[in-house]
Design a protein around this ligand. Structure first.
Ligand SMILES: Nc1ncnc2c1ncn2[C@@H]1O[C@H](COP(=O)(O)OP(=O)(O)OP(=O)(O)O)[C@@H](O)[C@H]1O
Ligand SMILES: [Mg+2]
Length: 163
């Protein structure tokens, strides 16, 4: 059973995240999208809102036999992965800046749990500059983010800003 955990803040989910999941469904039997509960980062959406949004975005998505699970977690990532019997941590790499951070995390996680492998996918060219933070910044200032995030996520961001 190849079960990958795709951890992140997903505040909110972008098309870059979606692309990583879509390209991973042939590699794993199950992918758990682990939404980090990180109140100190002052997220735009609560972990519950983020999970709900991701569930909705994947509704009707054909994952070709790969089971998709969405849930939130907190604490040490490798502990969470172990508790879910995960075999791999799935991460995306956009630029050299991601690489440096990801390398440190992967090496630390390997030291903590040598049997858990970190698997990296290179970002799609068209989303390689897209981050949740940048999307939030641009959207909050009234810029166009169409095509960078799912329509549903844009709606939820609009609701959030108007509330
Ligand atoms: N556009 C993208 N293409 C490929 N991978 C991505 C993309 N955006 C994020 N990822 C990857 O998804 C995982 C979770 O990332 P995370 O939730 O931190 O997203 P983020 O966009 O970097 O958010 P933030 O801007 O808040 O840091 C990480 O491995 C990250 O490298
Ligand atoms: Mg990030």
């Amino acid at each position: 059973m190849r079960r990958a955990i795709f951890p992140g803040s997903f505040d909110p989910l972008t098309n870059g995240h979606l692309d990583i999941v879509e390209r991973s469904i042939d590699l794993f039997d199950e992918i758990i999208i682990g939404v980090l509960n990180n109140p100190d980062k002052h997220p735009m959406f609560s972990p519950e809102e983020r999970c709900e949004m991701i569930d909705e975005v994947f509704e009707g998505f054909d994952s070709k036999g790969c089971k998709l699970v969405v849930e939130s977690f907190q604490g040490l990532l490798v502990d969470y992965v172990k508790s879910r019997n995960g075999t791999a941590i799935l991460r995306g790499i956009r630029a050299v800046s991601d690489y440096e951070y990801e390398l440190r995390m992967a090496l630390m996680n390997r030291r903590l749990e040598p049997e858990i492998e970190t698997v990296f996918l290179m970002a799609a060219e068209e989303y390689s500059y897209v981050s949740s933070r940048l999307v939030k910044q641009v959207f909050t200032l009234g810029g166009r983010v169409e095509g960078l995030i799912p329509d549903l996520v844009e709606e939820k961001m609009r609701e959030k800003l108007n509330s």
